[in-house]
Design a protein around this ligand. Structure first.
Ligand SMILES: *Cc1c(COP(=O)(O)O)cnc(C)c1O
Length: 410
């Protein structure tokens, strides 16, 4: 919009018309000014209390329904410190993406609104390239339906992000079937990194895709730690990689990373906000979240991962020692056996003849108690996650579990 038009439009707004023109174009202050005419809103109010929402101690793993993970204080500071100025969103995506790509040894990168958005944008990019007409047409591209190849054992809830782009998923078992399934309509092949079983290994998958010039995409959303995973898949030759920003990276819950081949990332960006019409327009990431995601990644890469791992083991030891006071209780460290949620956790079991309560009932009481604690009651064990606890919550969880079990001793 030209300045002349801007001014003409502004005069239509009664409030703006009353503001001296020079103040509209003055340099913005670097902090967000408190609204001058608002009500009696006190920013120190506990909004959980005001709305009657129960704060929860998460003794599980990162779950979207439990608001993912807690942003690190440094991430919140990054968000706060960037909230006071406008930015050109094209420039911000470009520059944040370039830095993130450098940090991850990838050709290009972008911040998405979560890994689920990255899956939509990555698929869209593979379908449309940079063709504006195709971008405009999604998900109803004319002509034969485009196809995405997946291993049968990799089909999962999140593959609906792929079909959102109007494509059909073709299931395959084994390298030969995968190779045979590729045809002129194939636009992409998706690998679910944390799948329990694979009939095509990552290496075979990449090789087949390369041989047929089909982009390969790997969903590793929940698969840090280990930190090495952030570098592993692009090195293997995957063309696109995604991670959630709001899981163990502890960035904004509605942010994620998509990185890989430059031409595909450029095409993904054309399918995203701030462009007005494409399929990714409703999956906007705000300025603060882009900065916050960048900050979270930077912090994660610098973190002492060994120390953090030891801290988790120490928490498990602490809770286990605490619960020893209850007769027959056995606390065990559970080491990860999957690509996803790859961190230690613990299970607690007891002789249910001597401590007359089921793990399901313990978890119900934990949830209903004050503070409310989410832990998973299984058939014969209580699973306690320790990695999302704030330091002061470790003892709170130990004490509550002990109280509930002690009360059931016969
Ligand atoms: C969590 C998850 C997603 C979705 O990630 P968001 O960042 O929540 O959008 C996709 N795929 C897998 C395997 C996940 O675990």
């Amino acid at each position: 919009m030209k300045r002349r038009e801007l001014i003409r439009n502004l005069t239509l707004l009664p409030v703006a018309a009353a503001v001296p023109m020079e103040s509209l174009f003055a340099a913005p202050p670097n902090v967000v000014a408190r609204a001058a005419y608002t009500s009696d809103f006190d920013p120190a109010t506990n909004l959980f209390t005001e709305l009657g929402v129960t704060p929860i101690i998460n003794a599980l793993v990162t779950m979207t329904f439990l608001s993912g993970s807690l942003m690190l204080p440094e991430v919140l500071e990054a968000i706060q410190s960037t909230a006071g100025d406008f930015a050109n969103m094209y420039e911000l995506q470009e520059k944040a993406g370039a830095r993130i790509a450098e940090m991850l040894h990838a050709e290009a990168a972008m911040v998405t609104s979560g890994a689920a958005c990255a899956m939509v944008l990555g698929t869209a990019a593979c379908i449309t390239g940079k063709d504006p007409q195709k971008i405009k047409a999604l998900p109803n591209l004319p002509g034969p339906q485009k196809e995405v190849i997946m291993q049968k054992s990799h089909r999962y809830l999140f593959d609906q992000q792929i079909t959102t782009c109007g494509v059909k998923i073709v299931d395959v078992v084994g390298p030969q079937e995968m190779e045979k399934a590729i045809n002129a309509n194939t636009v992409m092949a998706l690998f679910f990194n944390a799948a329990d079983e694979s009939s095509v290994t990552r290496e075979e998958f990449v090789a087949i895709c390369k041989r047929h010039h089909i982009p390969s995409f790997i969903d590793a959303a929940a698969d840090v730690p280990p930190v090495e995973n952030l570098f592993r898949f692009q090195k293997m030759g995957f063309d696109l990689v995604t991670f959630s920003g709001g899981k163990m990276l502890r960035g904004p819950q509605s942010a994620g990373l998509l990185f890989g081949r430059k031409d595909l990332i450029e095409a993904a960006r054309l399918n995203h906000s701030p462009h007005e019409s494409p399929i990714g327009r409703p999956m906007k990431v705000n300025k603060e979240e882009i900065f916050g995601m960048y900050a979270a990644l930077k912090i994660y890469l610098q973190k002492d991962h060994k120390k953090e791992w030891q801290d988790w083991l120490d928490r498990i030891q602490f809770i286990g020692d605490y619960l020893k006071a209850v007769p027959t209780v056995v606390a065990e460290t559970r080491l990860p056996d999957s690509e996803a949620n790859n961190f230690p956790g613990m299970t607690v079991s007891w002789n249910q003849q001597k401590v007359k309560i089921t793990p399901e009932e313990v978890s119900k009481q934990l949830l209903a108690g004050k503070p409310s604690i989410f832990a998973a009651g299984r058939k014969d064990k209580l699973s306690i996650g320790v990695v999302l606890l704030k330091p002061e919550q470790v003892e709170i969880v130990a004490r509550r579990v002990k109280e509930i079990l002690s009360a059931a001793v016969v």
